[in-house]
Design a protein around this ligand. Structure first.
Ligand code: KG4
Ligand code: ZN
Length: 355
C-alpha cells in the first residue's frame, strides 16, 4: 500500500509518499517547508502567520513530494501540478493527514486539502493523531532491505515543543497513556529559557550546542517532579528557577553556556528517570522516542548510560533528526500501521485531540 501523507499541525508544511512493508514503512519522499525563520523574528509562533504560510506552501510541497517519489523533475509548475494529479490517480492507494492536536488554522489547511484530494481521486483517508506519528517515525526505513525489528510491547516517549508524554504500546491498536506534562512541554521550556538568554527560537538545538562546550559545570537547577512516582512532568518551575538565576547574573558567553548545561541536565534527568521507570514497570526493554527534542544527543546518551547502570539491555529507537521534527512521513508511517481508513466526509481538524 502506497500513501500520500500530509502534516500541517503547526509551523511545518510537509508531504510524504510512503509504502507499507511487512513490519517497516518505506520512505519514498518527504518534503518539508518551515516558517520557523519567520517565527524567530517574533520570538514564538503567531498562529495566524503560521496558517498563512501553510496556505502558501501546501500545494507546492505536495507536488514536490509526489514528483520526487517517482524521481521526476520538471521546470514548469503547471506541468508539475498535472503530473502530480496523475501520480495520485495511478500510484497512490490512500491519503493520510494529521487531524490534531495542533493550531486550528494550520490543521485546517492540511485537513481540507487532504479531504479535497481524497474526494476528487476517490481514495480512502486516514485521520492521524500527530503525537502517535512522532512515535511511528521509528518504523520508517530509507531502503527496502533495511529491516528494523521493533517488537511489542514497547514504551513510547514523545518529547517535543508541544508535548512530553509517556505511553505503553501493547500493539498498534492497544496503547495506554501513562502520563505527561502538567504545564510546559520540555521543548517549550527550553525555547522560553532560550529567550531569556537571547537565543533565537526554537532554542533547543542551540542550548544543546552551548551545554556541550560549557566549562563551568557547577551550576545546577532542580529537576521538577523527579521524586514523584507518577509519570507526570512539569517544566514551568524550571523556567521560573532559571529566570530568577538570570535576573541576578551577568550574562556573558560563559555564564550562558553554564546555564544551558544546567538547564539541559535538569530537564533531561527527570525525563530519563521516568522513562526507565516505565520500562521497568511494564517489563519491556524496547523504547521508541520521537518529537523535536528527541534530536538531542545528550538525551540519547543519558538514556543509554542510565539503562546500562541498571543493567537493562535497552533497545532504543530514535529517528534521524529530520524525522524527529514535524514531518509527514511519520504521519504516513502511523497510517500504514492503522486499521482502517475512513471516508473523507468524517475528517475534521481537532486542535485539542489527545489519546
Ligand atoms: O516536534 P517538533 O518539531 O514540534 C512540535 O510538535 O512541538 O519539536 C520542536 C521542539 C522545539 O521546542 C525545539 O527547541 C526542540 O524541539 N528541539 C530540541 C533540539 N532540536 C529541536 N531540543 C533539544 N535539543 C535539540 N537538539
Ligand atoms: Zn510535533
Amino acid at each position: 500500500m502506497r500513501l500520500l501523507a500530509i502534516e500541517t499541525s503547526c509551523d511545518e508544511t510537509s508531504a510524504a509518499v510512503v509504502e507499507k512493508l511487512d513490519s517497516n514503512v518505506l520512505l519514498h519522499s518527504n518534503i518539508t517547508a518551515s516558517s520557523a525563520n519567520m517565527h524567530a523574528q517574533t520570538g514564538g509562533i503567531i498562529p495566524e502567520n503560521a496558517a498563512r504560510e501553510q496556505l502558501r506552501a501546501i500545494l507546492p510541497v505536495i507536488t514536490e513530494a509526489l514528483l520526487k517519489s517517482e524521481k521526476i523533475t520538471v521546470k514548469d509548475q503547471n506541468e508539475a501540478f498535472a503530473l502530480s494529479n496523475k501520480i495520485i490517480a495511478e500510484k497512490i492507494d490512500s491519503i493520510a493527514v494529521t487531524v490534531g492536536p495542533g493550531l486550528i488554522g494550520s490543521l485546517l489547511v492540511g485537513v481540507e486539502t487532504a479531504k479535497t484530494l481524497s474526494f476528487i481521486h476517490n481514495k480512502p483517508l486516514y485521520q492521524i493523531n500527530h503525537l502517535l506519528g512522532h512515535i511511528y517515525a521509528n518504523f520508517l526505513v530509507e531502503n527496502e532491505t533495511d529491516n528494523k525489528r521493533i517488537e511489542f510491547p514497547f514504551i513510547g516517549l514523545i518529547i517535543s515543543g508541544g508535548h512530553t508524554d509517556l505511553l505503553f504500546f501493547k500493539s498498534h491498536t492497544e496503547y495506554k497513556w501513562l502520563g505527561g506534562t502538567r504545564d510546559d512541554a520540555a521543548g517549550e521550556a527550553l525555547d522560553k529559557i532560550g529567550r531569556m538568554l537571547d537565543i533565537s527560537y526554537p532554542a533547543g538545538q542551540e542550548i544543546e550546542k552551548r551545554a556541550l562546550v560549557a566549562t563551568d559545570k557547577n551550576l545546577s537547577f532542580q529537576s521538577p517532579l523527579i521524586h514523584d512516582h507518577s509519570y507526570d512532568f512539569s517544566f514551568s518551575g524550571l523556567k521560573t528557577e532559571v529566570m530568577r538565576y538570570v535576573k541576578k547574573t551577568t550574562l556573558n558567553p560563559d555564564t550562558i553556556k553554564s546555564i544551558c548545561y544546567a538547564t539541559q541536565n535538569a530537564a533531561m534527568k527527570v525525563v530519563v528517570k521516568k522513562t526507565l521507570q516505565a520500562l521497568n514497570e511494564f517489563d519491556t526493554h524496547t523504547l521508541l522516542v520521537g518529537g523535536g527534542v528527541a534530536a538531542n544527543n545528550y538525551l540519547r546518551e543519558s538514556l543509554s548510560h542510565e539503562a546500562m547502570k541498571q543493567k537493562m539491555n535497552l533497545k532504543l529507537f530514535i529517528p534521524p533528526a529530520y524525522l524527529c521534527a514535524d514531518n509527514a512521513a511519520m504521519i504516513g508511517a502511523r497510517a500504514a500501521s492503522s486499521e482502517q481508513a475512513l471516508y473523507w466526509e468524517s475528517a475534521k481538524a481537532l486542535p485539542e485531540l489527545y489519546f
